[in-house]
Design a protein. Structure first.
Length: 751
C-alpha cells in the first residue's frame, strides 16, 4: 500500500551574496540608441556565483559592491526579462543564452568607469516569447499527475561540444556513428520506463532502421521511429518497404566523414546533427551536455503546465529539457530525470505540447473519473487505447465485427471503461451494474449454431481513496464488488459520490484497477492444457452485456422510462488532452425488449492464439549440408522456406536474410500479413515472391548466384519474427509473439 505525507511547498527565492556597504556607479552607453528594452547588470564572482543584479537606469547602473570586488568579478550587460529579480537565478549560461555583453573590468590596472555596448551585440538582444506547454502523466496509464514540480531547462547548443572535441575524440565519434548505421542493432536506450506486464513479455528482436523516420518533435524525443523506446520492446515495423531498410548514407557524406581532415569531419557532423542526435542515447560516454534551469512550474488539476520563456529572435529556437519533482512523504523527490541526450526537445516548437511520462509508482494520478450530469451511462473504451468508435460494430461485415478499425482482435484481460452519471443515478436509487459475456462464433468467425451461455464476470473491482491519519496519508482500496444483493449475485457498485469516512479524495493508484468497470479475463477461457491450447478452442466473437440494478437488487428493465441515456464515445483513443465527445448508442448496441432498452451490448473478437515460427533447411539439387555449408554451383537453384503462422491469421511477420553481418539480402527478405500470398521480397525490381504452400509454409526459389552477389562464397543468417495483432486496450500482447533464427553458408564445390 502506497503512502505519502502532505506538505505545502514553496519555490525558493534567490538570495544574492550579501554586498558590502560601499557602492560603485558605472556609466552604460549604447551605440544603438533605439533599443527600447530594459537592461540590467549581472555580476558574478570568479567561481560563477551570482553576486548582484541591478537595473540600468538613466544611462548608469549603481552596484552595491566595492571596486576591488568588481575588478575580481565578471560583469554582464543583458536584457532584463523578469519584473521580479528574484523570480529565477541568472547564471553564466543564461548570460550566454541572452547574448549578454561582457566588458573588460580593468583599464591600466584600474576599474573601468563606463561601459559602451557595441551595436552588433544589441542586435542580438531582440527577444521573442516562447510558450512552453505540456502535461505530466503516469507512464503506465496516461492519467494526469497534479502538483508536480516541472523544471524547464535549456540545453547547451548541440554543435558546440562537437566543435570543441579534440581530434582523437572527434574521429571516435565519427566511427561510432558509422558503425551504428552500417551494423544496425536494436538497443534499448537507458533511462526509467514502465515494465511490460507478465502477460506482455516479448523476446528481443532485431529491426533495421530508417533514419528518415527520426523526428523528435512532437513525440517524446527519445529513441524514435520503429526503434525501441523506453520499457517494452517496439511494435512490429510498418509493412511499407521504406520502414524496413537499413540506413544508406549519401556517398558524398560518407566520403566526408571518412576524410583524413579533422575539419571536414567536424563540419560534416555539425551539418548533419539530425542524423547524429538519435544515436546519442546509445552512447553514455558521449553524454557531455549540461542544461541551465529557466523556470519551475507546477502541474494543475489536469496535469497541465505552461510557462513563457524568452529567447533571441535571431538565433535558434530553444533546446529544452524537463525533469520533475513530486512531494513524497515530507520532501520533494525527483521522480523523472532521464538522460539529457535522449529527452531534449531540440529546436522546441513553441506551443507544442510536451508529454512527460512519470513511471515512479509512488506518484499517484489525479482522479479523472467524471460525474456526467443526468442519468447517463457512457461507454468510453476498452483500456486506454481503444475507444468505442474504434471497434467495428453497427454496419460492419461479419468478418470485421468485433475487430478494431485497424483489423486487430482483442486478448488478455480486457477492461471496459464506463462513466456513470453517478449523482443522478444514485439519487434515483440505481446503485449497481453487472457485466456478462457469451461466445458467438468459432475462432475463424463462423457463427455458432447456438450462442454459448451467459457467464457473469466476477473479478474484483476496486477504487482507491486517500485517507489521512495522524498526519500520514494512505491510499486505501474500496471494493466495488462483486456483491450479492437480493436475489442477484455478482453485482458491482456504481462509484459513490461521497468518500468513505476519513477520506480526503479519490485517487488512481493503478489505472488498470481504478478505471476498470470490469475485468474480462479472456486469456483464462478455454480448456486446453496450456495457454496456447486454451486459446485455440476459446477464440471467437464474444458478446458483452452491461445491466443496471436498483439498490434492492432488482434489474432495471426499461432504461427509457427511467430517463437513462446510453452513450458511446465517437472520437479515437488515447484521448490525451483533446475533447472527448459521445453520441447515442444505436440499436445494435442495445439489448431491447418491446422496443425498450434493457442492457448495453458490444461484440469483441477475442483471439489469444500463439504465433508459430520455423525456418526450413536449404533445398536444391545437390545442396547437401555439411556442418551448415552447402557446396553448390552458382547456377544451381535453391529454395528458402519458413513458417510464419497464426491459427486465424491475426499476425504479421518479417523474414530477414543477411549476408555476413551487415549486408541485407533484400532479394530474399520479405514481410507481410500472415496468411497472405504471394509476399513480394524487399527488392522492388525483383520478380521474386514467397508463396504459401498447402503445409502452411512460405517458400521461394533463387539461384545461388543471386544470393552470393559479388561474393564467391558467403555465410548467411536468417531471422524470422512473427508478431500477434491481438491487443488488450493498452498495447499488443507481445507474449504471443515468436522468433527464431538459422544460418547457412554457400561455397563452390571442390575442384
Amino acid at each position: 500500500m502506497a503512502t505519502r505525507k502532505r506538505k505545502t511547498t514553496t519555490t525558493k527565492k534567490v538570495t544574492p551574496v550579501k554586498p558590502t556597504r560601499q557602492r560603485t556607479i558605472l556609466k552604460v552607453e549604447l551605440e544603438k540608441q533605439d533599443f527600447e528594452g530594459e537592461l540590467a547588470a549581472f555580476v558574478f564572482d570568479s567561481a560563477g556565483q551570482l553576486l548582484n543584479v541591478s537595473r540600468v537606469t538613466s544611462g548608469k547602473v549603481v552596484l552595491p559592491l566595492d571596486k576591488q570586488t568588481l575588478m575580481r568579478s565578471r560583469l554582464y550587460i543583458a536584457p532584463l526579462t523578469h519584473e521580479d529579480l528574484d523570480e529565477q537565478r541568472p547564471t553564466l549560461k543564461s548570460m550566454s543564452r541572452l547574448g549578454a555583453y561582457q566588458p573588460a573590468m580593468r583599464v591600466s590596472g584600474s576599474l573601468i568607469e563606463s561601459i559602451r555596448v557595441p551595436d552588433v551585440v544589441i542586435v542580438d538582444w531582440l527577444l521573442c516569447t516562447c510558450w512552453v506547454r505540456g502535461r505530466v502523466v503516469k507512464a503506465d496509464s496516461g492519467l494526469p499527475i497534479c502538483g508536480a514540480k516541472v523544471h524547464i531547462c535549456e540545453v547547451d547548443k548541440f554543435f558546440r561540444w562537437i566543435i570543441q572535441l579534440p581530434e582523437p575524440d572527434l574521429y571516435r565519434l565519427r566511427d561510432d556513428l558509422l558503425r551504428e548505421i552500417e551494423v544496425p542493432e536494436l538497443r534499448v536506450p537507458p533511462g526509467p520506463g514502465p515494465d511490460p506486464s507478465p502477460f506482455d513479455l516479448v523476446e528481443p528482436i532485431d529491426l533495421p532502421m530508417n533514419i528518415a523516420a527520426i523526428n523528435p518533435q512532437p513525440e517524446p524525443p527519445g529513441w524514435p521511429g520503429s526503434i525501441a523506446s523506453l520499457g517494452p520492446q517496439p511494435e512490429p515495423p510498418d509493412l511499407p518497404e521504406s520502414n524496413l531498410t537499413p540506413i544508406s548514407l549519401p556517398l558524398q557524406m560518407k566520403n566526408q566523414l571518412l576524410s583524413s581532415s579533422a575539419q571536414i569531419v567536424r563540419d560534416t557532423l555539425v551539418a548533419n546533427l539530425e542524423l547524429l542526435r538519435p544515436f546519442l542515447c546509445l552512447w553514455p560516454y558521449w553524454w557531455r551536455f549540461r542544461c541551465d534551469e529557466i523556470t519551475v512550474v507546477e502541474s494543475d488539476g489536469f496535469g497541465n503546465f505552461e510557462a513563457a520563456i524568452k529567447y533571441r529572435c535571431l538565433g535558434d529556437k530553444p533546446d529544452l529539457y524537463f525533469w520533475v519533482e513530486y512531494p513524497i512523504g515530507a520532501v520533494l523527490e525527483t521522480v523523472y530525470k532521464p538522460p539529457i541526450p535522449c529527452y531534449t526537445y531540440w529546436n522546441y516548437e513553441c506551443g507544442t505540447e510536451v508529454m512527460i511520462q512519470v513511471a515512479d509508482e509512488r506518484v499517484p494520478a489525479c482522479d479523472p473519473e467524471p460525474d456526467p450530469v443526468g442519468c447517463k451511462v457512457q461507454i468510453i473504451s476498452i483500456g486506454r487505447r481503444v475507444s468505442m468508435s474504434e471497434i467495428h460494430g453497427d454496419g460492419a461485415s461479419l468478418a470485421n465485427e468485433g475487430l478494431t478499425t485497424g483489423g486487430a482482435p482483442f486478448g488478455g484481460k480486457l477492461e471496459p471503461r464506463v462513466w456513470f452519471g453517478r449523482s443522478d443515478l444514485l439519487a434515483k436509487g440505481i446503485e449497481y451494474y453487472r457485466w456478462s459475456y457469451r461466445r458467438l462464433s468459432e475462432g475463424d468467425g463462423t457463427p455458432l449454431t447456438t450462442p454459448g451461455p451467459w457467464t457473469q464476470m466476477t473479478r474484483t473491482v476496486v477504487r482507491h481513496y486517500a485517507r489521512e491519519t495522524a498526519g500520514e496519508v494512505t491510499h486505501e482500496p474500496l471494493a466495488m464488488g462483486p456483491f450479492s444483493v437480493g436475489t442477484e449475485s455478482n453485482l458491482f457498485r456504481i462509484k459513490p459520490t461521497v468518500l468513505p469516512s476519513g477520506g480526503i479524495e479519490w485517487t488512481v493508484m493503478d489505472e488498470r484497477e481504478d478505471l476498470a468497470s470490469a475485468h474480462f479475463e479472456s486469456q483464462k477461457l478455454g480448456t486446453g492444457a496450456n495457454a496456447c491450447a486454451r486459446a485455440l478452442d476459446a477464440a471467437g466473437k464474444y458478446e458483452l452485456k452491461l445491466e443496471l440494478f436498483w439498490g434492492s437488487g432488482n434489474k432495471v428493465v426499461d432504461w427509457e422510462d427511467e430517463g437513462i441515456d446510453l452513450e458511446m464515445t465517437d472520437v479515437p483513443a488515447p484521448f490525451g488532452t483533446s475533447t472527448v465527445t459521445t453520441d447515442d448508442a444505436s440499436n445494435y448496441n442495445r439489448i431491447m425488449s418491446g422496443g425498450k432498452t434493457q442492457a448495453f451490448r458490444m461484440v469483441l473478437r477475442v483471439d489469444n492464439n500463439c504465433c508459430s515460427v520455423g525456418i526450413d533447411n536449404l533445398v536444391g539439387a545437390g545442396a547437401a549440408s555439411v556442418c551448415g555449408f552447402y557446396e553448390v554451383n552458382p547456377a544451381t537453384n535453391v529454395k528458402l522456406g519458413f513458417t510464419a503462422g497464426h491459427p486465424n491469421d491475426f499476425a504479421t511477420f518479417r523474414f530477414s536474410v543477411r549476408q555476413g553481418v551487415t549486408t541485407q539480402v533484400r532479394l530474399a527478405s520479405a514481410s507481410g500479413r500472415v496468411g497472405n500470398s504471394p509476399i513480394p521480397v524487399w527488392e522492388a525490381a525483383s520478380m521474386h515472391a514467397y508463396t504459401l504452400g498447402g503445409s502452411g509454409g512460405y517458400s521461394e526459389w533463387f539461384t545461388v548466384a543471386e544470393l552470393l552477389g559479388s561474393c564467391p562464397r558467403a555465410a548467411f543468417s536468417e531471422a524470422l519474427h512473427v508478431w500477434t495483432m491481438a491487443q488488450n486496450g493498452y498495447g499488443r500482447l507481445r507474449g504471443l509473439d515468436r522468433f527464431t533464427h538459422a544460418g547457412f553458408a554457400l561455397v563452390p564445390p571442390e575442384a
